[in-house]
Write a protein that binds this ligand. Structure first.
Ligand SMILES: Cc1cc2nc3c(=O)[nH]c(=O)nc-3n(C[C@H](O)[C@H](O)[C@H](O)COP(=O)(O)OP(=O)(O)OC[C@H]3O[C@@H](n4cnc5c(N)ncnc54)[C@H](O)[C@@H]3O)c2cc1C
Length: 424
């Protein structure tokens, strides 16, 4: 499948990967329409990729091997020591399990920048372009030979309606394109939230024990009744710097309204809300990790509700969805960015084989709808086991933790994302 014009709605991880794939497939015109007015590289949160999944994406041409990232090796599951037992001399808590963790962590902005740098220059990237509606034009997918004009799709983005041979929706969990592809598919609230934060690791010097109490390659999961906080370092935006990144799963705050855009952006949490977070941390976490969370500046603290979504279809006419627009997987899977890039890879592979747009769209839909469903299901299982139905941590030790973990995965093989060879 070569030639044609492609619009990509949303220019984040999925959008950048899809635009690169469309250009490599030989589309004559590729336009990315991104709502944000600029400085996407400053979106400063962390995410992780499994080493094997990252290497596969490098071999498949989506990422550079030298993309700046931070190596993790061990995930230490800890909890508060029982009364009389204490939290250890460093205040890091009682160790439940040191799990091998073959992952790297990334700064979202650094990963995004790496994807953008790989994008061919001829891709037109329009910032500040909010798409308000998309749809299919009437037409005949056999092309002019069938008598009608060929089928196309349109987007509206401020400056009127534009037509393309294909419109790809990579516009995240509240996708405008998904609303046209499968209007009945809506994200479902999982019943808990995550507070999130990040800051320059130099601030750790303010903690008793300083940065030395926390080895660089350790990912920490501090468990408490009703939730957990996952903590790891990520690269800073500037080379040579490191940041602390944490994700604190917790019950729904009484004040949170879930009937509109529901993330509370960095800098917008009031003193009372930040105090609620501080109390949560101090009540439940071993002191070192509570101190690490409460060090976070207001302008680097925010809150996100957790959602599930598996779109029952990914294509309709000349519209296609990928990334979080198609599936929102709970972060416990550590697979969201990999899933987005694998969607783009499946699109590219389907495009190499297909002789027409309808053939490409059908192959992509077959391949990725089922894969997305499996990941969402695994995310639900992990969320139930680790947050809403978590065990009594005081009774857990290494053998109990490994048995509990095996039960959650139950042969799914999808922690960190499925292997790429499943996608073709
Ligand atoms: C707490 C948390 C932790 C996570 N941890 C991990 C992890 O460890 N590992 C991992 O791999 N993944 C993780 N993820 C998931 C990961 O961040 C996403 O799954 C991944 O980045 C794919 O995002 P995307 O590009 O599909 O969508 P998004 O990043 O949501 O991007 C959508 C883009 O579309 C733009 N947009 C939206 N609407 C419009 C419109 N109408 N017009 C134009 N543009 C529009 C937005 O501005 C945005 O740039 C985590 C997610 C959360 C919430």
């Amino acid at each position: 499948m070569r030639g044609g014009s492609v619009a990509v709605v949303g220019g984040s991880i999925a959008g950048s990967a899809f635009a690169g794939a469309a250009a490599r497939l030989g589309a004559e015109r590729v336009v990315v329409l991104e709502r944000s007015p600029g400085h996407l590289e400053d979106r400063g949160v962390g995410l992780c990729t499994h080493n094997d999944r990252f290497d596969e994406l490098v071999r498949a041409g989506h990422l550079d091997a030298d993309t700046r990232r931070h190596r993790l090796a061990v995930r230490r599951w800890v909890t508060r020591g029982a009364a009389g037992e204490g939290d250890g001399p460093d205040g890091c808590g009682r160790l439940l399990w040191a799990q091998p963790f073959p992952f790297h962590s990334h700064h979202w902005g650094v990963l995004w920048q790496a994807l953008r740098e790989r994008m061919p220059e001829r891709v037109e990237f329009r910032l500040g372009a909010t798409v308000t509606a998309v749809g299919n034009t009437r037409g005949n997918d056999d092309g002019p030979a069938g008598g009608d004009a060929p089928a196309r799709a349109w987007v509206e983005a401020g400056s009127g309606r534009e037509e393309y041979d294909l419109v790809i929706g990579s516009d995240g969990y509240r996708s405008v394109v998904r609303a046209a592809v499968c209007p009945q598919a809506e994200p479902a609230y999982a019943g808990y939230v995550c507070w999130r934060g990040s800051y320059d690791a130099a601030l750790l010097a303010e903690l008793p024990g300083g940065a030395a109490a926390w080895p660089e390659e350790h990912c920490i999961t501090a468990c408490y009744p009703g939730g957990q906080v996952v903590i790891y370092r990520i690269p800073g935006v500037e080379p040579g710097r490191t940041q602390v990144n944490w994700v604190f799963y917790a019950p729904t705050p009484a004040w949170l309204r879930l009937d509109g855009p529901t993330s509370i952006p960095a800098g917008s949490l009031s003193d009372a809300r930040l105090d609620e977070l501080r109390q949560l941390a101090e009540r439940h976490l071993p002191p070192y990790w509570a101190g690490l969370v409460t060090l976070t500046p207001r302008e680097r603290t925010f809150l996100q509700p957790i959602y599930d979504l598996a779109a029952p279809r990914r294509t309709a006419g000349r519209l296609l969805i990928g990334g979080d627009a198609a599936t929102v997987v709970r972060p416990h899977n550590t697979s969201g960015a990999v899933k987005a890039m694998q969607d783009a890879h499946a699109f590219e592979l389907a495009g190499r084989e297909a002789r027409s747009w309808p053939e490409l769209l059908a192959a992509y839909d077959r391949e990725r709808t089922a894969a997305g469903r499996e990941l969402v299901e695994l995310g639900r299982t992990l969320g139930r086991a680790q947050v809403t139905g978590a065990p009594d941590w005081s009774g857990m030790d290494e053998p109990a933790m490994t048995a509990w973990w095996r039960q959650q995965l139950a042969g799914s093989g999808g922690f960190g994302g499925h292997a790429l060879d499943r996608t073709g």
